[in-house]
Design a protein around this ligand. Sequence first.
Ligand code: PGA
Length: 251
Amino acid sequence: MSNRTMVAGNWKMNTTPAEGAALAQAVIEHVGTPGTKVVFGVPAIQLTQIQALTSKAPGFYVAAQNMHQEDSGAYTGEISARMLAAAGVDYVILGHSERRDYFGEDDTLIHAKILKALAAGVQPIYCCGEKLNIRQAGNHEMVVGKQIEQALFTLEAEQMRQVVIAYEPVWAIGTGVTASPEQAQDMHAFIRRMIHNYFGQDVAESTTILYGGSVKPDNAEELFGMPDVDGGLVGGASLDAAGFAAIVKAL
Ligand code: PGA
């Protein structure tokens, strides 16, 4: 059975602080009190400002889009998990395909970041997903399986309970091409089986597995209706308040 627990928006490098505040406020007004968790993944410069909004709006949370794997030090331009936690940030998106592709992040690095986030009390939203050529060659389960294994399979069960997984086929991100509900379901079930085999049934059943990749108001309901799809990680469509609210309501 689906957990139907979360819709997270990933604003990426969009919105000024004023635009971001207006967007979050408009979503909160459109949605009212959500039946599930609603997360705003915002640019770092807006984290404290959006945190101030979400802390007064039950059901709403704020996420960073990245963080560094060290606690502190000479890492110009970087932000640590400790800083996020101290600022009241609830979640951090880690391992997004754009971080992997444009910033050379691999699962060893992402694993280190996951450990730091957990130690600081910030919940990771761990992104995995295959590229188009991998899907076409039929190797998607092998590749995603390896990502899950390398990033998550040294955690304790109690740590794993804090992790949200987002399956985002790279060929569906920002392309307008969405995975079919069946493709999403098949991969989510595969991931949940892996979690089951390693961490046990209890952890597997309570793990939130989000689908990401061109989620829109008109396909959200169908995707969220699949038994192992527990919600969504939404990029482009999270920048429109009414559209994002409609996606939240589809869950
Ligand atoms: P998209 O992005 O919804 O624009 O495809 C999803 C994501 O990158 O998290």
